[in-house]
Design a protein around this ligand. Structure first.
Ligand code: GAL
Length: 353
């Protein structure tokens, strides 16, 4: 009788421990977090915030940054597999470069969550946590449409485009979302792209690199010696920063009646918010890394507790339809940045000074 009581107590304690920590005994739960680079601001925040949230939830964390090198990321993820990570979270440097690691993870029954960037062409991707990438592009395109009043003025207006990394599935989705809004105006001639570069491959920016975006913008600006650039659709802030630097040095807006192009972005990077306050970038899109990190922690808990993983969409990664959770992107400009960035505690006033 007494033995049964002891056994019952131990059993109850084990159940309580599992419910609280998502771990069925047998030591600490360990998660691997594989981020692409520290060269682009947002990934530092994604990594740091996820590490904080997972540690607070009782997890051991192996956080690695791959320096934007696909081969480095591959070996880092394989190391996470070999050192007992129960779940691995990956924002890929290159969407189709990790198949070998994904197959190894599957063999060891380690679920993989694609984080913000979809892992492509491999069925061993368990879930995808991101923001609504198509909606990001739509918001950018609609902003240009409305800021130029394309539906109520005759134009024509000159526009250029700078998209993201062709190795990042998001880049094509952002660009498609924007083009689905703006292409009718290009077709009607109300929008004119003087460089003639309106296809993704021509406007893509490897690694989302600011200097690369700047060099391409400088060569395009040469076509505008006697014309205004009315808008420049940039898919994110690092590329917008490159375009702004190019315009600053080789586009004399004073000589054109002080007209500075409408410039879009995404991520609310500090440099871009400073450019926005200086009137050099017109809008960005806030993708609160705290929201995405918290969603990812919820997904990992649900996976390890054997619960149904909450999703609200799915993405086809060319090998399977990956169950996904899309968080909502938020429009940001000079009129609302204080509320969404400062009041929410994401940045301090000093950060943006
Ligand atoms: C994308 C991400 C964007 C953008 C870019 C560069 O995958 O969704 O927010 O910042 O990478 O980091």
């Amino acid at each position: 009788m007494f033995g049964k009581k002891i056994l019952g107590t131990i059993l109850c304690a084990a159940i309580a421990f599992t419910a609280l920590t998502g771990c069925a005994g047998g030591g600490t739960k360990k998660v691997g977090i594989s981020m692409p680079t520290q060269d682009l601001q947002r990934w530092n925040q994604d990594g740091a915030y996820m590490e904080e949230k997972f540690k607070a939830a009782g997890y051991e964390v192996d956080l690695k940054y791959a320096g934007n090198k696909a081969d480095v990321q591959l070996s880092q993820v394989e190391d996470m597999i070999n050192t007992g990570c129960k779940v691995i979270i990956i924002a890929a440097v290159e969407a189709s470069s990790l198949g070998q690691a994904l197959d190894k993870a599957a063999k060891k029954k380690i679920p993989v969550i694609a984080y913000d960037r979809l892992l492509m062409s491999n069925e061993n991707v368990s879930y995808y946590a991101t923001f609504d990438n198509y909606k990001v592009g739509q918001i950018q395109g609609e902003f240009v449409r409305d800021a130029l009043q394309l539906d109520s003025t005759s134009g024509p207006y000159n526009i250029e485009f700078t998209a993201g990394d062709p190795g990042d599935n998001n880049a094509g989705v952002f660009f498609q979302g924007a083009m689905d809004v703006l292409k009718p105006y290009l077709d009607s001639g109300k929008l004119v792209c003087v460089s003639g570069q309106t296809d993704f491959d021509s406007v893509a920016t490897p690694k989302w690199d600011s200097a690369t975006a700047q060099a391409r913008a400088e060569s395009i600006i040469g076509n505008y010696s006697d014309k205004n650039i009315d808008a420049w659709l940039c898919s994110n802030d690092s590329t917008a920063q490159g375009v702004v630097t190019a315009l600053d040095s080789s586009y004399n807006s004073e000589g054109r009646g002080g007209q500075w192009p409408i410039i879009t972005g995404q991520d609310c990077d500090i440099v871009s918010m400073q450019n926005m306050l200086a009137g050099k970038q017109t809008m960005s899109i806030f993708k609160d890394t705290r929201t995405l990190a918290e969603r990812t922690v919820i997904m990992v808990n649900q996976i390890l507790n054997g619960e149904t993983v909450e999703t609200n969409s799915e993405y086809d990664n060319k090998a399977k339809k990956v169950p996904s959770y899309l968080c909502d992107p938020v429009f940001a400009d000079i009129n609302n940045y204080k509320e969404i960035l400062i009041d929410s505690g994401y940045y301090s006033e000093a950060d943006l000074a």
